[in-house]
Design a protein around this ligand. Structure first.
Ligand SMILES: *[C@@H]1O[C@H](CO)[C@@H](O)[C@H](O)[C@H]1NC(C)=O
Length: 308
């Protein structure tokens, strides 16, 4: 009888704290951060991150849990969603350093703007993400909208197709152009620009703004192959209900049309990687993604290529 009781005590004594220690251990979209991962996840990225600082015993945190899970599903691939359990002794210092004064605190970390025309200095980018406390309603739509509004945008808008000439003149890397069925820039396309920042330049022209090219357009002289392609395709693209993604390698007067079924981030990344033999900084196919996946899975396994 006694041994039985002791056994029960031993089991619960050792298992209980390990089970359900953090809110989001099992969530595939939220990263539970620790002092080991915090810096690398939040600051070494061109992505914006929303972090919930919480304590498991706090009622408002428990109420927010479902909403955060939904928000994270919504934001997957376009924003990083993370959480810090401030009740854990090892996490207390991160919570203090980030001036968390109550639970839950939702904090958005926004990276500095990178000037892609200059060589990138890694030291500058570290540690200087601006943080901002979310003070709005703790509901799904306002949280998601706020987070999205804090994404950095590197997609340039072209108001007219003949602006491509000026783009090609200055281009030092291939240009990704989305002829878009929507006027509005989607978060996914913004995230693609983040993934390929400094590797490819991203542009958008709404189909509504697409015009046909005249025979005497400058492009006909400077980039005859690209010109012929545009002259052929643009009349159909004008006002079309379908988006078209094309990568222009203007140096070689070449173009590559994305022919995947749908404009899904993974497929686009695969297409870009194959066509140009380039690897994105972040997102699908990057080393950074590999690292983030390891944080999400809560596995502290040592990665072969751990460093970024
Ligand atoms: C952020 O963008 C810069 C500019 O291209 C790039 O060099 C850097 O590697 C990016 N940072 C990360 C962590 O990917």
């Amino acid at each position: 009888m006694w041994t039985f009781k002791i056994l029960i005590l031993l089991c619960f004594g050792s298992l209980a704290p390990a089970l359900a220690q953090n809110f989001y251990d099992e969530d595939p979209h939220i990263m539970e951060l620790t002092p080991k991962s915090f810096e690398k996840v939040i600051h070494r990225t061109n992505y914006t991150t929303i972090v919930e600082f919480y304590a498991p015993w706090c009622g408002y945190c428990q109420q927010l849990k479902k909403t955060m899970k939904k928000a994270a599903r919504n934001l997957e691939g376009v924003l990083q969603v993370a959480a810090v359990n401030c009740d854990l002794a090892k996490n207390k210092q991160i919570c203090a350093q980030n001036k968390v004064q109550g639970f839950p605190t939702l904090m958005v970390y926004r990276p500095p703007k990178v000037d892609v025309s200059k060589p990138f200095d890694r030291r500058i980018n570290l540690d200087n993400h601006a943080s901002e406390i979310y003070k709005g309603e703790r509901k799904l739509a306002p949280i998601v909208d706020f987070a999205l509004s804090r994404m950095k945008n590197y997609v340039k808008r072209l108001l007219n197709i003949n602006k491509l000439n000026a783009v090609f003149d200055k281009a030092s890397r291939p240009s990704v152009v989305l002829f878009s069925k929507k006027d509005k820039l989607s978060p996914v396309y913004k995230s693609i620009a983040l993934d390929w920042l400094g590797v490819l330049d991203c542009f958008i022209i709404p189909n509504r703004k697409v015009q046909s090219l005249n025979d005497d357009d400058n492009l006909a002289k400077t980039h005859p192959k690209i010109f012929t392609f545009l002259q052929k395709t643009m009349p159909d693209q004008k006002g079309s209900e379908e988006s078209l993604l094309v990568v222009f390698d203007s140096k070689n007067d070449e173009y590559h049309v994305f022919e995947g079924k749908s404009l899904v981030k993974e497929q686009i990344a695969e297409f870009l990687t194959k066509k140009f033999d380039l690897i994105p900084n972040e997102g699908p196919g990057s080393r950074r993604q590999y690292f983030l996946d390891s944080v999400k899975n809560g596995k502290n396994r040592k990665l072969k290529h751990d460093e970024l």
